[in-house]
Design a protein around this ligand. Structure first.
Ligand code: AHR
Ligand code: AHR
Length: 500
């Protein structure tokens, strides 16, 4: 493969033939030891596996590769494999050749919500984007979701130098511990200060924080998130509001740095570059060389965020190398795309949602007080019942690309999930409520109308089960996640509202 220097030497002949991030790091003598992305190849010559998806209909898997060497993921292959069913991202392959593949994170200091204390896998459809106009899917990490490899090959240990970057969704975050990508413990437990060195993104103020209200890029060094030289507040670490964020972090022998910027334009800024924190345990470092995504070192799994691509390097990359990587990220042209499909909903309309499961097709989504259920409704039902089964479609409270459903008879109350049960609750103005009340309609899994997925938990859909409404996953641990009848139970025909 051409190094970047060769490309420059060849000048106009190869023009801008892409040196991808790991070509650039190699050229700077700080090669990638792990390279993860579900959206594109991170080496210009890479045409191997990017990720594996597992579908709900038969639990079989397939691998997704780039359309061309060095190019964007073949999202159409995923769409075909996952047609009329659900899919999870089961493996994020390491493109570096080191086999540092990320898989479902095991229990550690904290248990995950899935079987045997494992974390959940991400939905394969939670984070659609386009790169240079081609559709691809990122990794949408809901609380409870996490990936890990316990013993990374060639990943820095002890006080060895390393670099890393990740491209993230700057608008998807929370204040729980810890949406991380980077170096962590091999035991999945908290083994003390200095045993981690990972990119953190979110608005936690439990440890460090920066200017404004967050979110911030910080470095998780275990038992502390550092935003600069000091514990706690550092004014140099800004609140970021870009849709696509580049976070670049590095840790050397007695130095470390945070760089960040807009992954869709411009260059990186330095938010910190200097000596190690002057607190016991962080100098020298005691890195262990495992790699985590979406969780804390001890498998704390309350955080949320979205990951598109990221790498770990050996050696301390120069600022110039990181600047060239940022140029390549910008040239990849990350952009948003539609979060919805199937019959279109329009904000302002009043609708009713009819069940399509055979034997239940006279029932509509309704509420009784705060309980969300299905009830038999018709034009001769009482006005009260007709209103209880009518919903005003509004722009999504938590994401304007999706929708929220406001009660017709109780204005100001919306359908939301809480512990994956749907309720009708008054908007309390919190970020959590707005996200719990945001849903993205998709082409129905049974082909009849819409399947309505939760924005914040894309593995979960409006489902009726024993005539009660849930945010259910296809084959999860709760009774209402049963696979039997799933496709029908999550498919609803949108009709003109009874009360409109
Ligand atoms: O350093 C912050 C967090 O503290 C780590 O991610 C976790 O292992 C511990 O709970
Ligand atoms: O429904 C899942 C989660 O349960 C919601 O996000 C939260 O409100 C509750 O803890």
């Amino acid at each position: 493969m051409f190094s970047r220097r060769n490309l420059v030497a060849l000048g106009g002949l190869v023009a801008t033939a892409a040196a991808n991030p790991c070509d650039i790091y190699a050229d700077g003598d700080t090669p990638c030891v792990a390279a993860h992305s579900t959206v594109r190849a991170l080496y210009s010559a890479y045409s191997g596996e990017l990720y594996q998806v597992k579908r709900g209909s038969d639990n079989t898997t397939t691998t997704i590769s780039p359309l061309t060497a060095g190019g964007v993921a073949d999202a159409a292959a995923q769409d075909t494999f996952c047609a009329n069913t659900t899919c999870l991202i089961s493996i994020i392959y390491d493109q570096s050749g080191n086999d540092n593949h990320l898989t479902q994170a095991p229990p550690g200091g904290f248990d995950g919500p899935d079987e045997d204390g494992y974390d959940n896998l991400a939905s394969a459809i939670g984070a659609p984007v386009t790169l240079n106009g081609q559709k691809a899917y990122g990794v949408f990490v809901s609380p409870g979701t996490g990936y890990r490899i316990d013993s990374g090959k060639d990943v820095a240990t002890g006080n060895e130098p390393e670099g890393m970057y990740a491209v993230l969704d700057g608008t998807h975050y929370n204040d729980a511990c810890c949406f991380d990508y980077g170096n962590a413990e091999t035991s999945n437990t908290d083994t003390g200060a200095g045993h981690m060195e990972a990119i953190y993104y979110g608005n936690s103020t439990s440890w460090g924080y920066g200017a404004g209200d967050g979110p911030w890029i910080m470095v998780d060094m275990e038992n502390n998130l550092f935003s600069g030289a000091d514990e706690g507040y550092n004014s140099g670490d800004p609140t970021l509001s870009y849709r696509f964020v580049t976070a670049a972090v590095k840790g050397g022998e007695d130095e470390w740095a945070i760089h960040g910027g807009n992954a869709a334009s411009g260059s990186l800024s330095t938010y910190y570059s200097g000596v190690r924190p002057d607190y016991t345990g962080y100098n020298p470092m005691s890195k262990e060389g495992s790699i985590i995504l979406g969780i804390g070192g001890d498998n704390s799994n309350g955080a949320q965020g979205t990951f598109y691509e990221g790498v770990m390097t050996t050696g301390y990359p120069t600022d110039d190398t990181e600047a060239s990587v940022q140029e390549n990220i910008v040239a990849a042209k990350y952009a948003i795309t539609s979060l919805t499909s199937g019959p279109a909903l329009t904000a302002g309309d009043t609708i009713s949602l009819r069940v399509t499961t055979p034997g239940y097709t006279t029932r509509y989504i309704a509420h009784t007080g705060t309980t969300m259920n299905t009830q038999v409704v018709s034009s001769s039902s009482s006005t009260t019942l007709q209103e209880e089964a009518s919903w005003k479609v509004v722009t999504g409270l938590g994401n304007s690309g999706c929708f929220s459903f406001e009660s017709v008879d109780t204005p100001g109350s919306y359908i939301r999930h809480d512990n994956f049960v749907l309720y009708l609750n008054a908007d309390d103005g919190t970020k959590l409520f707005s996200e719990d009340a945001t849903f993205c309609p998709l082409e129905a899994l049974n082909g009849e109308g819409n399947t309505i997925r939760s924005w914040s938990y894309p593995t979960r859909f409006f489902r009726h089960f024993d005539d009660v409404m849930y945010a259910a996953s296809n084959g999860g641990l709760q009774v209402f996640d049963a696979t039997a009848s799933f496709n029908n139970d999550v498919s609803f025909e949108i009709t003109t509202g009874f009360a409109s």
